[in-house]
Design a protein around this ligand. Structure first.
Ligand code: CA
Length: 222
């Protein structure tokens, strides 16, 4: 999953970035509203963390522009403490959730997880597909109840597929959602990780749809 982090305060931005990367997200950053606006218009983010008080262009204006242009990714706004009216204005401008500063990183991570699930129509924190189960809170994967040990890269890939059960996901889509813009992207890497995951999962869990991409299949896959 790929996030856009918009925060002008360098120390806070670095802390949040570190926490989000540690949690397994690919993170692009913007330090002002103009850069944020452009990135949100041009890159496919799974969620955005958007500070409202920003230089060049304020966060509310950025959010209103995105929504007016039809960009529907989940957006969590960061507001100043006690600025209750910012929460109301922000939500009315198209924000999906908010956090008042200061906040605990754990709360931000929980809210981001929920926003990403909800955007895919998934309510429960444990994703199920056939024999596979993935706990988005702990990062644990099981197959028929048995733990499956996956690397962080394999987890990110599997998590993305499990957020889109039954859908065909192209290699391009996977590349765009698993790596930040500055990452040296190579779609062959995806093939390598798919191959490694297949060795760890029950046979035929990840189907190759020729010329289109991959699909997670299994009984009880929505
Ligand atoms: Ca700010």
């Amino acid at each position: 999953m790929r996030l856009l982090l918009v925060e002008d305060e360098p120390t806070l931005r670095a802390q949040l970035r570190a926490g989000l990367v540690e949690a397994g997200y690919a993170v692009d950053e913007a330090a002002n509203g103009q850069d944020a606006l452009h990135l949100g218009q041009t890159e496919p983010f799974d969620a955005v963390v958007l500070d409202l008080g920003l230089p060049v262009l304020d966060g509310l204006s950025v959010l209103r522009r995105w929504r007016a242009e039809g960009h529907s990714m989940p957006v969590l706004i960061l507001t100043a403490r006690d600025a209750w009216h910012d929460k109301v204005t922000g939500i009315d401008a198209g924000a999906d959730d908010y956090l008042a500063k200061p906040f605990h990183l754990e709360e931000l991570l929980a809210r981001v997880r929920a926003l990403i699930r909800r955007a895919q129509g998934l309510a429960a924190p444990v994703l199920q597909c056939g024999a596979l189960s993935l706990d988005t809170r702990s990062g644990r994967v099981t197959s028929n109840g048995q733990p499956v040990t996956v690397t962080s890269h394999e987890y990110r890939l599997l998590s993305y597929l499990m957020h889109r059960p039954g859908h065909v996901v192209s290699r391009t889509e996977l590349t765009e959602h698993l790596y930040a813009q500055d990452f040296d992207r190579d779609s062959n890497t995806i093939e390598v990780f798919i191959g490694r995951l297949r060795k760890k999962l029950p046979p035929d869990t990840i189907e190759t749809v020729r010329g289109m991409g991959y699909r997670l299949v299994g009984a009880a896959c929505p």
